[in-house]
Design a binder for this molecule. Sequence first.
Ligand code: PEP
Ligand code: MG
Length: 590
Amino acid sequence: MPVSRGVAIGRAVLVASSRVDVAHYFVSADRVEFEIDRMRHARDTVAAELTTLQRDLPDEAPAELSALLDVHLMLLRDEALNGATKQWIVDRHYNAEWALSAQLEVLARQFDEMEDDYLRERKADLEQVVERMLRVLARDPAEATAANRAPALAARDFGGDDPLVLVANDVAPADMIQFKRSVFTGFITDVGGRTSHTAIVARSMDIPAVVGAREASRLIRPDDWVVIDGDAGVVIVDPSPIVLEEYRFRQRQNELERARLNRLRHTPSVTLDGQSIELLANIEQPEDAGGALQAGAVGVGLFRSEFLFMNRDGDLPGEDEQFEAYRAVVQAMRGLPVTIRTVDIGADKPLDRMSIQELRHEHVLNPSLGLRAIRWSLSEPGMFRQQLRAILRASAFGKVRLLIPMVAHLHEIKLTIEALARARQQLDDAGRAYGPVELGAMIEVPAAALSLSRFLPHFDFVSIGTNDLIQYTLAIDRADDAVSHLYDPWHPAVLGLIAEVIKGANDEGKSVSVCGEMAGDPAFTELLLAMGLRSFSMHPAQVASIKQRILRADTRRLAGALQKVLVADDPQQASAQAFTSSAGHVVEGR
Ligand code: PEP
Ligand code: MG
């Protein structure tokens, strides 16, 4: 499945899902020896730990345990691990952690191919040994800090080495967020759906990616040349020179197209018939605010605050830390509105680094229907009020809107409003400043869409989360590649709900926007305009393409064709016919 547009070409680096969070960076030539020493130190520390463990085994411990520790010690000292790991550092300038996991990947494949059951099972021992070494490296005080890491070092700094793409069974959303600072130019995963949060983060970072490639991590070998076509959802392994040339050509074309679109940055987004359309940005981290402004967004329509809660080794961000993050966004946006969504933890966004499979099989059977988003927040009232206070305090520095995810019940709204009143009271008592904050609901559960008239009086605005609305309307897990072919944004039931919500909010004079992936997909721009939508929130990278379509649209003509699309058995086809012809007419008219 295509996830994030563009083409990436590079050599494959295979990383086990559980080790995607291992630091991957290049070390400069003068740090190679230092890195080898770190690796040796980790090995010696683990050897000492294992020896102590073996020595202190109680008498009644089974003999196998001591034999197992012998195997671990033997693996630890094995040249196939040490010599080759060192070679990764010397030849490729990988940091010690990366070199170790790269070598583990090579050896694991060799183990997988062994005929003998006993030997094949030793892979797990090797993994345990390497995990131990990685843990030692992680707590090593000499671990390269961000400053030491020379993040600017790219593969080409080492004698014409090639760009790298990551291949993994799965990448958790929390790990995806680290990608921006990584050395990889694209990624492929075996599992995942188009609107899984891993895919969403990739899209927001504009990294070419393909997910749901099923067997990719088994079939692709380390160092294979790989083309990732993030537009078509195609992965080509070991391409012929002519195919490679074709894709390099496409890469250049894409760059030109982006530069062309970039020129629209300061053009106001107004339709041909003079309707002003608000284009907002979806962001995951405070640092993304700069990109939102640069893309020409007129505010943040969705700040997914849950990403502040990830990658934290257990603790949660306190009120002050959150406040600083929200204030940073508000100030970076220079007076433009910032919509902060309260934490949406759960489903495919676990707090720690669980993969989707782990989450599904080991924890909750159906996390998307579980304790997620506002349900989680209401079950942790202290945490929730902390977040509300932090958001309220940030509103003293600019225009802040508060957005509640996954609302489905009226009592959730009442409890949220009470929590908000309490948070305001606490700030008053503490003498802390805060400004006026509008309250909005995500409409992303069919029940909410169908209860809109009951919900609207309690809110200043609504934002349609099409990613979840599709998931919950069609009963299709958005992160499950096995049913991704049924995840259909064009389903008449989905379109019907979206149209109703937009109309219902417009009729009541409440502002409504779409912040799901549909808002950033040019295939839906005319349809959403026809439904009466005047506010779209999307990844900054998509703002220019959507603006281009808006500039060519005439909402009067579009609205006239809406009904035809909504009653069609195949709305996608009907939309192409109805809206392309109207857009075509307009373009000719120009
Ligand atoms: C949505 O569901 O459409 C949405 C915007 O929220 P998220 O993708 O974070 O679930
Ligand atoms: Mg959602």
